[in-house]
Design a protein around this ligand. Structure first.
Ligand code: FES
Length: 579
């Protein structure tokens, strides 16, 4: 249903009327406190109150422009006859947070849900961009089910170093390998450090940030074309103001996330994820987002859609270009025209038009950046789901970012019990390793460590010096959406939960066959049972506060790592009967 197909509310039907309308003592308090801020009754009473959930902070440098954009949004809200209120919420800075921003995704989702619910908010603009902010805000909005639209933060501009284009993450890992191989000096590295993040905005690769903002657009949560606009482009300010205006419309029609999303809109999101060669992190986030709406997505849904969707966005890490090139080439709207036949075009969006209408007049200006359907970057989508005795509940790989020669591989394992073990031994010149070995990292799943992005295990120094740049790596971790290589990720159940990964030992033979969707540990069932009996579960890291809640409630990667009690179970939040 489109928003204008719902009846328009009267002022007394707005949610905020309960705060500002009645002639009682509580409402007196609310009105008088708005006046404390310098507003008169006619500026807020009877008008939609638009919450602006701002994930700005000084350490989330991807969101450095968000204070300006919040003002742009307010401008739009005022112009449309609403009353804007800025409500700061936790910012999830991918680069600065430890153990990992993923650990706090559910925290921000809960804060979003409760902030929307407890305040007089008729509709909200959610400001996100840096990786986990997008799923967290949308998960919270789905749970609160209050009218919302999403303002994507936009990618950084192009970076350049010594005349060559550079991209967040992807080129950092590439140059770090060169440094490990002794081909870049400390001074070179410092010079590169000056150039790699040239403006505010999120990573300019098709990493998790660009993937998730694109997914948000395809789900219908953004204005058409919003996800591709670079952060510092003037069009970004205009888009932000338009978000403010549109939020007022959504408030008048009480157009909720439950009116917007469906199983079909999630299938559209997966199709887009595959066509852009999106981050493997999108799998975990989309399953969690759908779970908030009571829509079940399985790993097999991703694999099935991946099989029929080619990768068309020639963007790093799978391709050559960056997000600014994608924008210039026609952006996400252009790309979606290329997979139009795979989309449910009737799905609604917050703009009041369908997805099909939003892409109807989209054009492509560079066919090397956005490839034709019959000249893809890769014929099948960017993600494959594997199963086998090593991952009974599944694991994932991004074949488009791997060296094709490793997609069918058999080799002996070198096992690291945890991140510290890996860090110490990988640089050991005595480590007996060849390019055919399979590097295995345990202790990096959701329970053990909050599921950090450790899944692109570094190539051992001596192999780097010998020119090796990829090898098969396996873990229960995630990897950055900007990463690349033959990395099998999200192994479920994780090792700390007693999954078979916990029982792998040095020298065990591991078989990977991506075409067959198979991951196999070549150890007999009897031997695995023997190892299982001896296994002692590692002590948890999180024993108090939020960590305790996290370790007691998080699900595994194949279930989205959401908290069990936040999954939609058909029940509705019931507020105590208090004015
Ligand atoms: Fe914020 Fe990459 S660090 S998006």
């Amino acid at each position: 249903m489109l928003y204008h197909q719902k009846p328009r509310l009267g002022p007394e039907q707005l949610r905020s009327y309960r705060w500002f309308g009645p002639d009682d003592l509580r409402s007196f308090g609310h009105r008088s406190r708005n006046k404390q801020s310098g507003f008169s009754n006619d500026e807020f009473q009877g008008k939609p109150v638009i919450g602006i959930l701002n994930t700005w902070n000084d350490l989330n440098t991807c969101h450095g422009h968000f204070r300006d954009r919040a003002e742009d949004i307010k401008r739009g809200v005022w112009q449309a006859g609403g009353f804007p209120v800025e409500l700061p919420v936790m910012s999830l800075s991918e680069t600065f947070m430890k153990p990992t921003a993923m650990y706090y995704r559910n925290f921000l989702s809960m804060e979003t849900e409760e902030t929307l619910r407890c305040y007089p908010v008729d509709a909200a603009v959610l400001m996100g961009g840096c990786d986990k902010t997008t799923p967290a805000l949308i998960m919270g909005a789905i749970s609160a089910d209050i009218p919302c639209l999403f303002m994507p933060g936009g990618p950084m501009i192009r970076a350049s170093w010594r005349g060559e284009p550079q991209a967040s993450g992807t080129d950092v890992w590439r140059h770090w390998a060169e440094r490990g191989a002794g081909r870049l000096s400390c001074a070179d590295w410092r010079e590169f450090e000056d150039q790699i993040a040239p403006s505010t905005g999120h990573c300019m690769t098709m990493g998790t940030a660009s993937t998730m903002t694109s997914v948000a657009e395809v789900l219908g949560f953004t204005l058409p074309g919003a996800a591709s606009i670079p952060a510092v482009h003037a069009a970004h300010s205009r888009m932000a103001a338009q978000c403010g205006k549109q939020a007022v419309e959504l408030a008048w029609h009480d157009y909720k996330p439950s009116d917007l999303i469906s199983r079909e809109s999630f299938e559209n999101a997966i199709t887009a994820d595959m066509a852009i060669g999106g981050s493997t992190n999108a799998i975990v986030h989309l399953i969690a987002m759908a779970g908030r709406a009571g829509i079940e997505l399985s790993l097999e849904d991703f694999d099935a859609i991946s099989q029929k969707t080619p990768v068309l966005a020639n963007i790093k890490p799978s391709g050559q270009y960056v997000m600014a090139d994608f924008y210039d080439a026609g952006g996400l709207r252009g790309l979606l025209t290329r997979v139009r036949q795979l989309l449910h075009l009737h799905c609604p969006t917050v703009s009041g038009t369908t997805l099909g209408e939003n892409i109807a007049d989209a054009k492509i200006f560079d066919e090397d950046v956005i490839r034709p359907f019959d000249r893809p970057l890769s014929a099948k989508g960017g993600t494959a789901v594997l199963r086998g005795n090593l991952a009974p509940n599944g694991c994932v790989i991004k074949p488009s970012a791997a060296d094709p020669k490793f997609l069918k591989h058999k080799g002996p394992a070198i096992v690291f019990e945890n991140y510290q073990d890996m860090k110490q031994r990988l640089s050991d010149p005595e480590l007996e390793v060849t390019g055919d070995h399979v590097l295995v990292l345990k202790g990096a799943g959701p329970l053990a460590a909050g599921m950090p992005e450790s899944g692109m295990l570094p190539i051992p120094k001596k192999l780097l010096e010998a020119g090796v740049r990829d090898m098969v790596r396996l873990s229960d971790a995630r990897m950055s959406g900007t990463s690349y290589g033959t990395c099998v990720l999200h192994i479920s159940p994780e090792s700390s939960a007693g999954g078979p990964l916990a029982f792998v030992e040095d020298g065990d033979i591991i078989e990977l066959d991506v075409d067959q969707r198979r991951i196999h540990l070549d150890v007999s069932e009897e031997e695995l049972s023997r190892r299982r009996e001896k296994w002692v579960q590692p002590a948890g890291n999180f024993s108090r506060g939020y960590g305790k809640l996290y370790s007691e409630e998080t699900t595994q990667a194949d279930e989205g790592c959401d908290f069990r009690f936040l999954h939609h179970d058909g029940s509705h939040w019931k507020e105590p009967d208090i004015d």
